[in-house]
Design a protein around this ligand. Structure first.
Ligand SMILES: Cc1cc2nc3c(=O)[nH]c(=O)nc-3n(C[C@H](O)[C@H](O)[C@H](O)COP(=O)(O)OP(=O)(O)OC[C@H]3O[C@@H](n4cnc5c(N)ncnc54)[C@H](O)[C@@H]3O)c2cc1C
Length: 458
């Protein structure tokens, strides 16, 4: 007889949801967490990051207020206050997650858990728990490499949330969303920021116009973006940390952060002993129902290394619980997932980029616009918003939308409904504009910027 119907390893976004829904379906559930209940998103990801983003954005508000007639005394920012307040909110969230689990009658164990065989899990105190089903929801961790000299000076996003003081100068290596978000945070709070990325441009995988526009806007704000370079070594010198870049450039900074990717948390988890197989990218391989190569072991969220976002992990966890314990087999649709980058300015994106659409579709129509947000006029701020719609030229369906500008994240959530419903460009145009807003541009773009038609021979 198993001790529990379900043992969940990892109390992050996906694991917590799966445990609660599974228990709601009547399963006996135990969940183990080796660090803090809530996982990456709540403890050292989305939530604390967004709080820091809010903090950084006040700098613009103070500045812009002057153009609107306000006299604003020289604002003073205090990093320790921000970090202490943020930590208090995160502790409250952690407690809320734990309470919600306990209310759902889930047994919460604060321990690392390791799989011993397909039906048993060992806790840190040596206790073994027998389980009918095991769910691996262990997430991912920063991967900052190790091969360079002076590596011990490098921090990841984990440490960035707990720095004792705001660095005067920081170098961030990486071009993904975490790198650009932290570059914007530190820039807004007053640090001198250098962003170094080995590729051609930041935000690989996003639409090329979005990438170019964001880079220009970030540079306007004083962030130094250096592409096609990598950090080759770090040396402690009198004036701080001397970072040697490929191409023999040097930068002196106070802090160095690497946001160079995340790897699934699978080390020492006992996957081999249980026979759980990995996929091409090193994440756990699963089928449409989150089942691994071992029939009673499932995996969800970042540890599967597919779309590494909180709402995806939550959906995966919910669908798993409905499938296995709710008698309701549920697949999660991972297509057309809207996403935001909380840089300054913000980005929102869904669906195909222009380049992807051109590869996949015979005819593609592009609508795009750049404009100065109304608020920037009296503020005297030099910034532009960018919007693009990618339209299937054959069916008229909107298959992609890419935005850089204030509230892009909020906008793309709603555009996501239309794209998911397979709305056409004509449907967008039929919607009355809300004036004056930025979002109205999405329903008033009349002129095609370009029409791509693939020739039969291509
Ligand atoms: C800086 C940063 C910002 C982010 N911002 C966003 C954002 O704005 N929007 C968004 O959607 N996503 C964001 N993400 C991604 C998001 O946090 C993850 O996609 C999400 O947390 C994945 O959930 P999960 O359940 O798969 O794993 P996690 O939330 O990582 O939870 C896994 C848990 O398992 C625990 N664990 C690992 N191994 C063991 C073990 N052997 N035994 C017991 N416990 C174990 C870990 O301690 C962790 O608590 C961000 C991530 C980072 C790092």
């Amino acid at each position: 007889m198993p001790d529990v119907d379900l043992f969940v390893i990892g109390a992050g976004s996906g694991g917590v949801r799966a445990a609660r829904i599974g228990a709601g379906h009547g399963a006996s559930v135990m969940i183990a967490e080796e660090y803090r209940v809530g996982g990456t998103c709540a403890i050292r990801g989305c939530v604390p990051k967004k709080l820091l983003v809010y903090a950084a954005r006040f700098a613009d508000e103070f500045e812009d207020a002057k153009g609107y007639g306000w006299t604003v005394p020289e604002p003073v920012f205090d990093w320790p206050t921000l970090i202490a307040n943020k930590d208090r909110e995160i502790a409250r969230l952690e407690l809320a997650y734990t309470t919600a689990l306990e209310r759902a009658k889930v047994a919460v164990v604060k321990s690392r858990a390791v799989i011993v065989d397909p039906h048993s899990v060992r806790l840190a105190d040596g206790q073994t728990v027998r389980a009918k089903h095991i769910l691996i929801a262990t997430g991912a961790a920063p991967s900052i490499g190790k091969e360079i000299e002076g590596h011990s000076h490098v921090i990841s996003s984990n440490e960035a949330f707990h720095l004792e003081e705001l660095p005067k100068r920081i170098l961030i290596q990486g071009g993904g969303y975490i790198a650009v978000e932290f570059a914007s945070i530190f820039n807004g709070l007053g640090s001198e920021v250098t962003l170094v990325y080995r590729g051609d441009n930041i935000l690989r995988g996003f639409d090329d116009d979005l990438r170019a526009h964001l880079r220009t806007e970030m540079e306007k704000r004083g962030i130094k973006v250096i592409t096609r370079r990598i950090v080759e070594g770090i040396e402690k010198v009198d004036r701080g940390l001397c970072v040697e870049l490929s191409g023999h450039d040097e930068v002196i900074v106070d802090r160095i952060m690497f946001a160079t990717g995340r790897r699934p948390n699978i080390n020492g988890l006992g996957l081999e002993a249980a026979g759980v197989q990995l996929g091409r990218t090193g994440g756990i391989e699963v089928d449409d129902y989150s089942r691994t190569s071992v029939p009673n072991i499932y995996a969800i969220g970042d540890v599967t290394d597919r779309i590494n976002l909180t709402p995806v992990a939550i959906r995966d966890g919910h669908a798993f619980a409905d499938t296995v314990f709710g008698n309701r087999p549920t697949k999660v649709d991972h297509k057309n997932v809207p996403t935001a980058v909380f840089s300054e300015p913000e980005c929102g994106a869904i669906g195909l980029t222009e380049a992807e659409a051109c590869r996949k579709l015979p005819k593609v129509d592009i609508y795009k616009t750049w404009f100065r947000p109304l608020k920037a006029t009296l503020a005297g701020r030099d910034t532009r918003t960018f919007m693009k719609l990618v339209v299937d030229g054959t069916s008229d369906r909107v298959v992609g939308c890419h935005i850089v500008g204030p509230d892009a994240g909020e906008m793309i959530q709603l555009v996501g409904i239309a794209v998911k419903m397979q709305a056409t460009k004509a449907d967008f145009d039929a919607v009355m504009a809300v004036h004056p807003t930025a979002a109205e541009e999405l329903v008033t773009m009349r002129e095609k910027a370009v029409s791509h038609v693939r020739q039969a021979a291509e």
